[in-house]
Design a binder for this molecule. Structure first.
Ligand code: ATP
Length: 596
């Protein structure tokens, strides 16, 4: 497939404001794509050249991209930057300059046929998706001396061969501002529609997705080996498994009832989730949202090498900062200082991490996710030797309500968040949030038991002092998993400092869009729509029914809204928009309010 054809599809995807249309456009595209190309097409749709969990970033600074555009079209970089200041998108700048170049070429015939073929590939001749992908990948992998110049030269070459629409979308990939707004479930829907004839068959692809987290791979196998092949895809060391997540219940009694009389209990540590993959001496770590975090935690890598004898293993854990002087575990605010790319070694000495290992999903060449929790805990006890860095947390099984309460109080006294209660006979359900795992947290009076992670969908201009920052309130939403849509739940104006308003405004301006994004479902229309990207943690007093919000809204029932919402903190470091609170969770939380 030619890159120019792909770019036409990108253009259509960008322009639609309906999610069903996204699926149709993608499926039309997928029908044209060959088996050898599908993985590459999928990664490019995601604005990448590898699956999300591989830390391969094309990463070019705006100034470098601007310089490449300038060179490709023979004008000054300052001119490019000036135009960028006007239109706010280097993709659009490249589009305009490329169109001007093409128009002028029509006026001034080029020297000879040969020349025109090489320089003016305005039609995109020769630029296959494959070729563009390879060059972008090469750009991503250049390191060492002269990196910037080399990356720039490759991008200049691509731009000179690209037609205007190709140039527009090409430029956004190294900048990381690809504005397609396509979520993983939507890609799966489109796979199902294109290859299995019905988007509802996405369900059949989800198992493989949860086990491999790699849509490119699923596409490739689906194209080459069909559904049967996809169903055979299994957990592998080196590919993160989508994290199992927890539901909420109000108290020990309800949990015991729900679980049929027996429950497995572990402490709930408040740090960051670390999925550990060991393959011989090679150790890789992944975050809750499947980003590679290996480089951030050298002491954990060392600990895995020393404490795990098994040749291959995948473990689930929570890493916490520890004060070596006082031998105390530290609160989240301290742990979070370890989420950094610089001065890693110094920080590892100052604030070393300990990993509380609460599950084992793979051991010595075999997936354990289909074993019961009881069996997995048995293996967990055997797999870790000592407790210097990795601390096995096999928990305990109990049938007693008193024991649960005792452990809960114990957890609170130790400064932990509470407990995670698990169903003894449940398997590890990758990617699922259901009642196999339940979090029991401390209740603070007058507030919901838990905060809600919301995605900012737009902002509404303010009056007076607020106007200075360009926003009076934020329109925020939660995620509807089944539809892969963001639905509104609140307008928030409280809890933000002037500094935070400025920050939001600055960031929102970079991702503002001129129409409602296709995956956003809203009755309210904000002054400015933004791409659903920024996740914030919100505290509210109550969840109420509301006719103006679309979260949980059906044809006959109103939606749900937050009463007295206020911002607690920004959460985007560890949560993608799709990791925000889901509609399903919101409804559970709504019901929980009535059970005191
Ligand atoms: P979620 O991860 O469920 O979307 P969240 O990020 O707001 O929600 P919490 O509500 O605090 O997190 O609880 C779930 C998280 O608790 C898990 O993702 C994991 O990182 C952490 N955790 C700590 N201890 C455990 C444990 N023993 N078992 C499972 N998870 C644990």
């Amino acid at each position: 497939m030619l890159f120019s054809q792909l770019a036409e599809y990108f253009e259509k995807l960008e322009q639609t404001s309906s999610r069903l249309a996204l699926i149709d456009i993608l499926s039309e595209l997928f029908k044209e794509v060959k088996a050898e190309e599908i993985a590459k097409v999928v990664y490019l749709i995601q604005g990448r050249v590898a699956p999300f969990y591989e830390p391969i970033e094309i990463g070019m600074a705006e100034r470098t991209v601007a310089a490449s555009i300038a060179k490709a079209y023979g004008i000054d970089r300052e001119e490019v930057l000036k135009e960028y200041g006007r239109v706010g998108d280097l993709g659009v700048v490249a589009y305009k300059l490329s169109s001007l170049r093409d128009a002028s070429k029509k006026l001034v015939p080029l020297r000879g046929k040969q020349g025109s073929k090489n320089i003016d590939s305005g039609s995109g001749a020769g630029m296959t998706v494959e070729r563009v992908f390879e060059v972008l990948k090469e750009i991503a992998q250049i390191t060492g001396e002269g990196t910037v110049e080399k990356k720039q030269a490759l991008l200049v070459d691509l731009l000179q061969k690209a037609n205007p629409i190709s140039a527009k979308h090409l430029v956004r990939i190294p900048l990381g501002t690809s504005r397609l707004g396509v979520g993983d479930p939507t890609i799966l829907d489109a796979f199902a529609l294109a290859k299995l004839g019905d988007r509802k068959k996405r369900k059949e692809l989800e198992g493989a997705y949860n086990k491999t987290s790699d849509l490119g791979l699923i596409g490739q196998v689906l194209w080459k080996k069909g559904l049967e092949g996809v169903k055979k895809l299994d957990v592998t060391v080196g590919r993160p498994i989508r994290s199992q997540l927890a539901e909420r219940l109000p108290d020990a009694k309800t949990i015991l009832e729900k679980f049929g009389g027996e429950v497995h209990i572990q402490y709930k540590y408040d740090g960051f989730r670390v999925q550990i993959h060991k393959n011989g001496d090679q150790v890789r770590l992944f975050s809750r949202n499947l980003e590679e975090t290996t480089a951030m935690m050298p002491e954990i890598i060392e600990g895995v090498r020393k404490q795990i004898k098994a040749k291959t293993a995948i473990l689930d854990s929570e890493a916490l900062a520890f004060n070596p002087q006082s031998e105390e575990f530290l609160p989240f605010q301290e742990t979070t200082k370890r989420r950094r790319k610089y001065k890693v070694a110094e920080m590892a000495i100052e604030l070393p991490l300990k990993a509380f290992v609460f599950d084992v999903m793979y051991l010595d060449g075999r997936s354990l996710i289909d074993l019961s929790l009881r069996d997995r805990m048995r293996r967990l006890k055997e797999v870790i030797t000592g407790d210097e860095v990795l601390i096995a947390q096999p928990g305990e099984f109990t049938k007693s309500e008193e024991r649960i309460n005792e452990l809960f109080n114990d957890a609170i006294t130790k400064g932990l968040e509470g407990l995670v209660c698990k169903k003894p006979d449940s398997t590890y359900e990758a990617g699922a949030r259901n009642f196999n795992w339940v979090k029991l947290k401390r209740h603070s009076a007058g507030e919901l038991k838990d905060t809600i992670d919301c995605v900012i969908l737009g902002y509404i201009f303010g009056r007076g002092k607020r106007a200075e920052f360009g926003a009076g309130s934020l329109l925020v939403g939660v995620y509807d998993e089944s539809k892969d849509e963001f639905v509104t739940v609140s307008k928030i104006g409280t809890g933000l400092t002037d500094e935070e308003w400025r920050e939001i405004h600055k960031r929102a301006d970079k991702i503002k869009v001129d129409h409602k994004p296709a995956r956003v479902n809203s009755i309210l229309v904000p002054s400015v729509w933004i791409k659903p990207e920024i996740v914030i943690e919100v505290l509210a007093d109550e969840i109420t029914k509301s006719p103006v919000h679309t979260a949980g809204k059906t044809d006959s029932e109103p939606g749900y809204a937050l009463r007295f919402p206020r911002l607690v903190k920004f959460r985007e470091a560890d949560k993608k928009p799709e990791d925000a609170t889901t509609v399903k969770e919101l409804l559970e939380m709504y019901k929980l309010q009535f059970k005191k």
